[in-house]
Design a protein around this ligand. Sequence first.
Ligand SMILES: [Zn+2]
Length: 346
Amino acid sequence: MPNQRPAARGEIQTVRGPLSPERLGPTLMHEHLLCDVTPPELAAQGLPEVEITPENAFAIRYHWCRDYGNHILSDIAEMTREAAFFAQAGGSAIVELTIEGIRPDPLGLRAISEGSGVHVVAGCGVYIESFAGAALARSVDELAAMMIAGVRHGIGGTDVRAGIIGEIGISDPATPGELRALTAAAIAQRETGASINVHPGRDPASPLQVVAHVAAAGGDVTRLIISHLDRTFSSLDQTLALVETGAVAEWDFFGIESSHYPFAPIDLPNDGMRLNLIAGLIERGHGAQVAISQDICTKTRLRRHGGHGYGHLIENVVPMMRRKGFDDSMIDQLLIKTPRRLLTLV
Ligand SMILES: [Zn+2]
């Protein structure tokens, strides 16, 4: 179904064309369906692609940066099946943030959306420099033009349009190229009305630096989502300082129940601990500034390989929210209303 019209302001832009916001149901705000996020050190080893079996699946899942192939999602038929499980669980839409540096496949996303019936909103932009390399050797104007073209005309020369900017990658410390991409994202946001999603550095100071940079570049921080707080913040105070800027706080590791984090000596929270922090924000009146997701980007998290799949948040986390006293309107806010607000072009 190529050459749909672009979405207008007030509409959501999916890989199959415009969608009116009221038709958007439960949404995962930060996922990957087709990507290659193999850590560069691992890719450099030239290993063969690992075969996942019941005997090695736990070890590969636990040490998720050790085995070549675990970070490659490329089988469109298999990923269509995984997306269909999400639809069966009651899921409506997946925000897919695979961008330059981690092998985006916009036409593949459209095929998965058509085959599964799940709405897919694609991102555009550039990931962290260790993955993206030369893609960040462009000027601010060139990077902004690429992102604006992604939303207006299509991603990477295809006719599949982006509906969000990001996940823009920031390292510790941010590189000059990454900061140019962040400035470009703010410019593209002003031009297109799309929200921005940022993958911040792991340093707890990074999220507020990102917010300040986007604000200084003229971006709208109320439409700026800071991803991966699961591995960035450990306290409610850190989180409050972020939402008090107006930005959106995202916990997107739901389903990772292991404390082990292979990139750094950080203790990851489990789903219950994530919800406790979110409950703290809700109590203080910031419930509309929280985004949630699972950030699936490895094979071991797929149902095909014994993982929880894209339906986990709806199937298992929503019941946990009810047990912890989240009411229906707050669950709706987290799964539907906030995604509608952030994905509607303004
Ligand atoms: Zn991601």
